[in-house]
Design a protein around this ligand. Sequence first.
Ligand code: DQA
Length: 139
Amino acid sequence: MKIIIINGPNLNLLGKREQNIYGDLSFEEFFSKLQADNPEVELSHFQSNIEGELIDKIQDVGFSYDGIILNAAAYTHTSVGIGDAVKAVETPVIEVHISNTFSREEFRHKSFISPGAKGVILGFGLQSYELALQSFLKN
Ligand code: DQA
């Protein structure tokens, strides 16, 4: 099973960025553990701060992979283009967020990703990614 985690802007700063919201673990540390815990999965990871690169990656993997776990970060709330890419591909996409976006500012309550997503997992810290992965493995 081939699954990719796609992370949007500023998620390369996990572990350094607003630790009270996003925790003190870097994504690389978390990802290594996730891979070690799930050796049967072909798991990969892509991060970009650039909207078009995220769209390119969704298109690249979206007709051959078994699952996309997408945290579009701030673009979640602004990007018609990423929302359209999610709808355009065949691979199911699970939208994840580290924080509970509904307990935060109003502008974070809107998602352009959710309408095309298979499901949404948010508010569980980095465990949100793990829960998304489990849901792909159990289907
Ligand atoms: C986030 C929530 C977004 O509102 C924010 O812009 C992020 C991270 C999360 O994982 O909690 O960068 O997607």
